[in-house]
Design a binder for this molecule. Sequence first.
Ligand code: FPP
Length: 271
Amino acid sequence: MSKSTAISPDSAALAAIAAMRARLPKADPLARLPDVHPCKIPRHIAIIMDGNGRWAKARELDRRQGHRAGAESIRRTLNECGNLGVEQLTLYSFSNENWKRPIEEVTAIMELFSEQLSLEAANFVEQGVRFRAIGSRERIPFELAEAIDAVEQVTASQRGITLCLALNYGSRAEIVDAARSLATRVAKGELKPQEITEELFAASLYTAGMPDPDLLIRTAGEMRVSNYLLWQISYAELHVTDVLWPDFGVAELHCAIRDFAGRTRKFGGLG
Ligand code: FPP
């Protein structure tokens, strides 16, 4: 990193860092990424973690070992997002279509979730991470669902980064659920159709109360959004990397954030 590209800590940078630290005490974005202005750090990063299977295949390993290596990438990415002052990291961990995979793989993934959650729960508490899960609880093994509830509860008032796992998640199902709950309220006379606004609709999604993702990263090179957060990514910037998820690390995260920081976001206006 050349010194000339580093951001000098001007008042806007210092104010941005102070605001981050008020909520995320660990954040030190200028120390980690000196060439990106702290105001340009995305508040919410969503990731489609793809390529675990290809990573394993390239090494003649079982696909399950690819998922296990993917869990290490999560640890690295979460830690660095915390250092950078990212408020929320949302990871596509299991789609509602992933049940179509062989039962051995599905079982191994569910066991990995349970194992990692029990391993990480104490670290989340120590590091101030707030844990959330979005998606349908249907078909999720009972012990895993209980562990998710417990970790959500115990970390609910933490002030650090929010780690949100999209688990048994599908965006179309989420939108249908929201439409159904609003329709039920209309049918009961609690709500008039004309009172349904974008804000009320957003508040009926699994992600109610969460900021929309600013940056969507997809690993393993596929140029698609795969039924992930379709409502929420309306204005997200997209970054696709060929790197397979188990190889995704701090350097790749920094690259995605630099890419994001260089974009002009116009939200339909003139920028
Ligand atoms: C996509 O790779 C990955 C998944 C469907 C599962 C994601 C799971 C992990 C990263 C494991 C750890 C997760 C937690 C939350 C502890 P793929 O299998 O579709 O890869 P391929 O396209 O190369 O076959």
